[in-house]
Design a protein. Structure first.
Lengths: 277, 277
């Protein structure tokens, strides 16, 4: 692990990332030695730093460190954490805080190939997402809602759980964004109140539009998901997983999901051997 | 700092406390070598661990470590952090996680004595608290809402900011709970949807009731605060601060606040020299 540019497995216990979750992170696929979609992830990180008032670490330094970690890796996951740094007992962010950056490389998860080929089973979580407009969209370090939601099941047959807003609308999965396709048009929930604006979500919206599919950000309830022709999940590590079954009921064929996934694999944005259907 | 019983200033960067804010903390006043209200803080920590499914560290070990840190300290602050420990990239809590415990001693804050004697000026924060019934009441490590709220002002004349729920009701201060007194009865907001169930809040409710004051947990809007006869803030470090001014307007005399504060000082629950009016 690289902590502020040095090999280390530890960081100061006074870091505000630990004390308050005062920071942000990015999770990227590494494909053939390259962190995929690096620029898009850095743009989101930069936007998050601006929202939280954290000094964005130097872009060139981050990029060099990421490349040095990823270089020898065929397929993996790169995690970049940026915190406000150490300082102050109390919530007030110290004006002179030096941000902490933490880069770590992890094996590509050993999800079964069928997750991409046939799709995954998805449930609905009881844990809901609080409405936090000022933090919505950010991939910040306050992730207890996701931890609590993911702790609701340990059935390995279920790959993801959908999380609802306070008023019962679908927002996203615990670790992914959701798309549904109905009548040839794609819909993904808006993220103004809660949720993470996934880099892969943004890319998939683009790809769908380029292929002539209308894409709308629109509120979705559970019956709209259950009744869709097709549903799929996205994140930067997996690319696209079709939803095979939703709350036990079969979903339609993954036409759009597979077309987008093939594009991502061809462009080297997710590893071919692990994810190629 | 004591990290799992060893003197250290660092902890593993893979700790879920950092990665996800997956943990809890307690902040206690140290008075004449004793962590005040230890049992009540440990009871809240235990309840929080149960809610989050974190293994509570051994109570005797925590107590010994706290005493060894506090022993030589006349007036200070003891912070106890418990996280789920290291393990797993991904939200699912590892079943074999060993919790991390982190105890640190800090100087008593140098708040001016007038904060206790005359009271403090309080504002209202724009940052609101999300509704999270499953996490409400807990002093967990997801504190970005408080960080964002506390970053809204740097006027040293303003000691605290009140935070509102999504529907505009008053919940608490960024680092304290709120009481108002009207017509001889005390009210503090309920904490079922958001907020921290302060140990000092619980004790002050008891003390008020013992002295014959009716105390209700009841929803409060801003005009009820502004129109109250008296308002005060509580937490385990400060004990009680009267609210001298709310959004620029003067509040009534701190009759109840001062009576409770004198009791806390007499019982050695907050340090006399710093807080005695």
């Amino acid at each position: 692990m690289l902590v502020n540019g040095r090999w280390s497995e530890t960081l100061p216990a006074s870091d505000r990332g630990l004390q308050y979750g005062d920071g942000l992170f990015e999770t990227l696929a590494v494909v053939h030695g390259r962190p995929a979609l690096w620029d898009a992830h850095m743009a989101r990180l930069q936007a998050g730093c601006r929202r939280l008032g954290i000094t964005m670490p130097d872009a060139g330094t981050l990029s060099e460190e990421a490349e040095s970690l990823a270089r020898a890796c065929r397929a993996g996951v790169l995690k970049v954490v940026v915190t406000r740094g150490s300082g102050g007992r109390g919530y007030a962010p110290p004006s002179d805080a030096e941000p902490t950056r933490l880069l770590s490389l992890h094996p590509y998860p050993d999800y079964p190939p069928s997750h991409w080929r046939d799709g995954v089973a998805v449930r609905v979580c009881r844990q809901r997402l609080g409405s936090q407009p000022a933090l919505a969209g950010l991939k910040h370090l306050n992730r207890l809602e996701q931890v609590m939601a993911r702790a609701e099941w340990d059935d390995p047959e279920i790959a993801e759980g959908l999380m609802l807003s306070q008023n019962g609308e679908v927002v996203e999965g615990t670790m992914s964004n959701l798309f549904v396709v109905s009548g040839g048009a794609a819909v993904t929930p808006p993220l103004e109140d809660a949720g993470v604006a996934g880099v892969m979500r943004g890319l998939v919206m683009e790809r769908l539009r380029e292929s002539g599919v209308a894409v709308r950000e629109q509120r979705l309830n559970l019956s709209a998901v259950a009744g869709a022709d097709e549903a799929f999940l996205t994140n930067s590590v997996i690319g696209v997983w079709p939803v095979r079954a939703f709350e036990g009921a079969s979903m339609g064929a993954p036409i759009h999901a597979h077309r987008v996934l093939r594009e991502l694999v061809a462009e080297g944005l997710v590893p071919a051997e692990e994810t190629g259907p």
